[in-house]
Design a protein around this ligand. Structure first.
Ligand code: NAD
Length: 325
């Protein structure tokens, strides 16, 4: 594989900087690279204004607004693009396939087009393990599991990955897609109908008026839950990696799967509270297990999960406790 040297960037663009992962990314990135200018883009459609750090140059714009994207790229000449902006919920995409396709596909193409024009060094896409659609082989590696998207969202992310590869092939541009597995952590609110199990359950403990906790099936289903700081670290690794990447895909997870029953026990232990869950039947088409094989990311990106599930859960609980104060 060809290599290249890494130099600290002068300027990066972070889309979706008001969202859960994007705002965590900005915090960590600023600490590690205090001299780099961060240009944040978010239309605040689901992101929160209080998530925007005052250490960044912020644009409240939609990534679908091509004219505005042109202006931003032209003015700031970014070296790396960290593309987090999306409408990311599976069930929402089933109800809204047109709107989500526009933002999740066309939005990405607009950014790729500007990245090509302004000759960025590398484009890093937030992709999703949902692309596997119930992989047969566990742990799931990138090569021995063919994509089998089972929702508009999963298909949109798969198309994004293909567009990254196409832009790399056609225009000699570097792109990387990171397929995240079940992300959780501070900044993930549990109120929404589309939230994940961990933040939904913590919301039901700390803000019972907002959310009733429930469990689908018998709780034996397992997930490779990955703490958000590991996802942030993976993005930084993807920027620093010295290879040349043309549409390469990497799983990013914790490499350990944990059952929902165990998650419940740990939450009860660390919060010292009883988690009351309404029992519901298994959801049709729900995947029974997820488990990331992360060898490829470890080898080429030097990624490894820095924070264990339990430590991540404790930090997430601290954040819920702080919000209640
Ligand atoms: N959270 C997870 O478990 C998970 C798993 C796999 C992949 N991902 C991907 O990671 C990325 C970040 O996810 P998240 O959980 O932080 O989501 P999030 O919903 O918290 O953040 C997304 C942000 O994008 C912004 N946004 C939406 N449409 C926009 C538009 N048209 N223009 C500009 N900004 C727009 C929203 O306002 C929000 O701030 C997404 O691409 C998502 O698909 C997330």
């Amino acid at each position: 594989m060809k290599t290249r040297n890494f130099k600290k960037p002068k300027t990066i663009i972070v889309t979706g900087c008001a969202g859960f992962i994007g705002s965590n990314f900005v915090k960590v990135f600023k600490k590690e690279f205090p001299k780099t200018n961060i240009v944040g883009i978010d239309d605040l459609s689901t992101g929160k204004i209080e998530n925007i750090s005052n250490q960044i140059k912020f644009y409240k714009k939609s990534i679908l607004n091509e004219k505005e994207m042109e202006k931003i790229f032209k003015e700031h000449k970014p070296e790396y693009i960290f593309h987090f902006a999306a409408l990311p919920r599976v069930s929402y995409s089933i109800e809204n396939p047109i709107k989500t396709s526009e933002i999740n596909i066309t939005g990405t193409i607009i950014l790729l087009e500007k990245s090509k024009k302004y000759k960025i060094k590398r484009f890093i896409l937030s992709s999703s393990s949902s692309i596997y659609g119930g992989a047969k082989k566990m742990p799931t590696s990138e090569n021995n599991n063919q994509p089998n998207p089972k929702s508009p969202y999963a298909l949109q992310k798969y198309v994004d990955e293909q567009f990254c590869k196409l832009f790399s092939d056609l225009f000699e541009m570097e792109t990387i897609a990171l397929r995240y597995f079940n992300v959780f952590g501070p900044g993930q609110y549990g109120k929404s109908a589309y939230t994940t199990v961990i933040s939904g359950w913590l919301e039901s403990i700390y803000f019972p008026k907002n959310k009733k906790g429930f469990i689908e099936g018998d709780g034996s289903q397992t997930r490779d839950f990955c703490f958000v700081e590991n996802i942030v670290f993976a993005n930084i690794c993807a920027m620093k990696a010295t290879g040349v990447f043309k549409g390469e895909i990497f799983n990013i997870g914790n490499n350990i799967r944990i059952s929902l029953k165990e998650v419940k026990e740990k939450i009860e232990k660390y919060t010292n509270k009883k988690l009351e869950l309404e029992k519901r039947p298994s959801r049709f088409g729900d995947v029974k297990h997820t488990h990331a094989d992360i060898k490829k990311a470890m080898k080429y990106l030097k990624y490894k999960p820095l924070i264990s599930f339990s430590d991540g859960l404790k930090k997430t609980i601290e954040w819920f406790e702080m919000r209640r104060k």
